[in-house]
Design a protein around this ligand. Sequence first.
Ligand SMILES: Nc1ncnc2c1ncn2[C@@H]1O[C@H](COP(=O)(O)OP(=O)(O)O)[C@@H](O)[C@H]1O
Ligand SMILES: [Mg+2]
Length: 233
Amino acid sequence: MWQLGATEENTILRAEKIVREFKVGSSETVRALNGVDVEVEKGTLTILRGRSGSGKTTLINILGALDKPTSGSVMFGGEDITQLSEQKRDDIRRYKMAFVFQSVALIAGMTAYENVEFGLRLAKFSPQERTERAKEALEQVGLTKRMYHRPSEMSGGEQQRVAIARAIAHRPQIVFADEPTAELDTATGLHVVKLFKELVSQQQMTIVMTTHDPSMIDIADKVYTLEDGEIVE
Ligand SMILES: Nc1ncnc2c1ncn2[C@@H]1O[C@H](COP(=O)(O)OP(=O)(O)O)[C@@H](O)[C@H]1O
Ligand SMILES: [Mg+2]
């Protein structure tokens, strides 16, 4: 399945020479990313850090096939996903990838279990698979006991864990999280990052997250620092 060389079989995602320009107004362009290389190994937690405006969101959106670069390649599953049709990119996003965002956006009238199960409905799993996977995902984030609570009955950190369970319930190959801790206090944010680390070390998941918070980076297996659209270390 992997068309990369044998020495690179552990690489799940490799972005090379990523440039992303945005048109602003009629003639001006902003270069948000200027030749970025990123390599993600299977079963690791990778952090993209940098100040606001450094290019983190632009980069993670390109890695997760939510956006296309102006130039450069993103190898995933043996192919350059920047060259695929929108339909194929949709399928890869839906079945092989997962996304956790800054704002949690759970459905207020639904319990934690229903929120997770609902996500699986959209991905067309059978009722039995939905039950099984929803319970498994809630267990993975340590929320089995809160399964039948509604968001209003949970803390911000617990709500973010439900959002993570919802994201991973279809057993994605890679999880992308753009500033998942930005709306949490430092201690709660640290818990979320520690949970990511557990999912990586105990469940062999692969997670890429962005943060502007330097206190998070010790936990990562690999850190890329962005400055003005370039990797600096
Ligand atoms: N859609 C867009 N149109 C124009 N400029 C953009 C757009 N998205 C991002 N940028 C610019 O690209 C740079 C990087 O933005 P972003 O990736 O959001 O940074 P970060 O997530 O690190 O805060 C910023 O200068 C931002 O203004
Ligand atoms: Mg951002």
